[in-house]
Design a protein around this ligand. Structure first.
Ligand SMILES: [Zn+2]
Length: 102
């Protein structure tokens, strides 16, 4: 059995990230599919001006900053739950992502 370790490496920062598959700093060991929720959070709480807040399709909140931007997926594994929801969106089972966030 091959026990050789494979380094998991994120890609570089995503310029102008507005949502989609990405590795966020401090977001665990998988990439998630992120949806921009910044305006929604700012409407109800104080958010640092350099932060941008997202929610994943699997309902994890995450944020990026200038110093901790969204990263290309590299070879991180994708979150299974996000992948499932994403496939539903692709198949037009879910046509409105906003409807998934009550
Ligand atoms: Zn996820």
């Amino acid at each position: 059995m091959n026990q050789q370790a494979v380094a998991i490496i994120s890609g570089g920062p995503i310029e102008g990230f507005t949502g989609g598959w990405a590795k966020f700093p401090f977001s665990g060991q998988r990439t998630h599919y992120w949806v921009d929720r910044d305006a929604d959070y700012r409407a109800v709480m104080d958010v640092r001006s350099d932060m941008n807040i997202y929610e994943s399709l699997c309902d994890v909140a995450g944020y990026t900053t200038e110093r901790a931007p969204a990263l290309h997926e590299g070879n991180w594994p994708r979150c299974k739950h996000c992948n499932k929801y994403r496939r539903m969106v692709n198949a037009s089972v879910v046509t409105n992502i906003d409807g998934m966030f009550p």
